[in-house]
Design a protein around this ligand. Structure first.
Ligand SMILES: *Cc1c(COP(=O)(O)O)cnc(C)c1O
Length: 467
């Protein structure tokens, strides 16, 4: 069977790709000019003539992988994208092959069941009541709800759509009333501002929450901020808290923030796209203390849960909030059905939906959750160690003691100097890091995602930067 032999070719090529990268054989990143690459890959020839199999497939993969950024390389410290658990990638293959677009139960019972159980695993970690299986039972019992969606940005949009449905249910039919605002720390992810734009509030409806010197929500001034919005005739659709913030990787103080939101009757949305994975680790989960009092949480599995892109959870404490987010009717899909499973279609922007739960399941079930917790602890410990090493350098300033696997630092010199250093580093390709703006300055930034990265890479990186 051609499929089987093609799979074997792909598997051999991928294993070699990961092993070579893991040995730091060659650069992390190489960026040939697009026009050259298009020619090398023979994309147009193959589109026109076909024949991508056997030897031609092997040749194509060789060129493709040579121009792919190598996340498996220990020098990969740039972005918050998982080095996937290999078994998780096989789930992507199973999903692609079966193509069960599982947003309605009949189009993927196994996929929907897997997603349901994984969402319940996440709800329990968040301190919320897992959802029951459909069937006879106490239909009035309160429980949480959720859905897996294509990325944290879409997940934030979905959670804020749910918050909008609670405060202004008429918005769905008649458009958004002009008095709604979102209160969020300026260090929140840009997808929050985008969501405000998409939801029809407008980006200017995102009000800056009071923060401390490191950009964390300042609960001491939050109540006054909410009262001031009220005094100005505004209604707060949601307060957004970071867990953790993208740039510095710091967690907002959720418990005090949640208590203030409760008192004010305001929805608290926790953006845990990167940092909610700390919930898996008994050692790290205290960073999200108070989450149980929030209304919604976004949690990306494709960041710290070693899951291939994309797999982002939108979770709500009360499942009815998510079900109210999209009041859409499509009679051919939504007619009343007496069925043994759940349709996720009511909870998402997507109609056709991939079996995202399978990718998370394979990534977790390969070694189990204790191993996942150990991975998260290891990456956080490495960040602490790296910060200690960096701080000991006379020409380096560390932004803040890490609370996650993210470390920001800068060499003496201007913001432009940091950008120039990063540019030179990327051209050489031995190390791949990012930069971020925080506290009014540009920082070099490590996101320590790779279980193969050790302090030796950070030492080598510093030598390359200083050299
Ligand atoms: C990465 C990130 C996002 C965006 O998630 P995507 O999956 O990249 O769309 C949102 N919020 C925070 C805090 C993040 O770190």
């Amino acid at each position: 069977m051609t499929f089987e032999s093609d799979c074997a070719r792909v598997a051999v090529a991928l294993q070699a790709f990961a092993e070579r990268a893991g040995r730091a054989d060659g650069p992390v990143i190489r960026q040939p000019a697009m026009a050259v690459l298009a020619g090398d890959l023979r994309l147009e020839d193959l589109i026109a003539g076909g024949g991508l199999r056997d030897e031609a497939l092997a040749r194509f993969l060789e060129i493709y992988l040579a121009a792919s950024t190598r996340l498996h390389h220990p020098g990969y410290m740039a972005h918050q994208v998982a080095v996937p658990q290999p078994l998780g990638a096989l789930a992507a293959l199973v999903d692609g092959f079966t193509n069960n677009a599982m947003a309605i139960y009949e189009m993927g019972p196994a996929a929907a069941t897997t997603e349901h159980v994984l969402l319940n695993w996440m709800l329990a970690k968040a301190g919320w009541q897992p959802a029951p299986f459909p069937g006879p039972g106490d239909a009035t019992a309160a429980h949480g709800g959720g859905v897996l969606t294509h990325g944290g940005s879409l997940a934030n949009l979905t959670a804020l759509a749910a918050a909008r449905a609670r405060i202004a249910p008429e918005a769905w039919e008649y458009g958004v009333p002009p008095d709604l605002v979102i209160v969020a720390p300026p260090a929140c992810h840009y997808s929050i501002a985008r969501a405000a734009g998409i939801l029809g509030l407008g980006r200017r409806a995102v009000v800056a929450a009071p923060v401390d010197g490191l950009g964390r929500l300042d609960p001491g001034r939050l109540a006054a901020c909410l009262a001031e919005q009220r005094a100005q005739g505004k209604r707060v659709l949601a307060v957004v808290a970071n867990a953790c913030a993208t740039a510095l990787g710091l967690y907002d103080p959720l418990r005090t923030v949640a208590e203030i939101c409760r008192t004010a009757g305001v929805w608290l949305h926790v953006d845990g796209a990167h940092g909610a994975s700390a919930l898996v680790s008994p050692r790290q989960r205290y960073r999200l203390d108070g989450l149980d009092l929030a209304d919604s949480l976004v949690w990306d599995a494709h960041k710290m849960l070693r899951t291939p892109t994309l797999c982002a959870a939108v979770l709500v404490r009360d499942h009815r909030d998510l079900e109210a987010a999209f009041h859409e009717e499509a009679s051919y899909l939504f007619h009343d059905k007496d069925q043994p499973g759940i349709d996720f279609i009511h909870r998402t922007v997507e109609c056709t939906k991939a079996a995202l739960g399978l990718k998370l399941f394979f990534s977790l079930a390969a070694e189990g959750e204790a191993a996942m917790a150990a991975f998260i602890d290891r990456q956080c410990d490495l960040a602490t160690e790296a910060a200690g090493f960096l701080r000991a350098q006379p020409d380096i300033t560390v932004a803040v003691e890490p609370e996650s696997n993210i470390v920001c630092f800068r060499l003496d010199g201007s913001d432009d100097h940091q950008l120039a250093l990063r540019k030179r580093l990327t051209e050489v390709g031995r190390y791949y890091i990012s930069t971020a703006e925080a506290c009014g300055r540009r920082w070099l930034r490590l996101a320590l995602m790779n279980p193969a990265t050790t302090l030796a890479e950070v030492v080598g990186l510093v030598a390359a930067l200083q050299g």
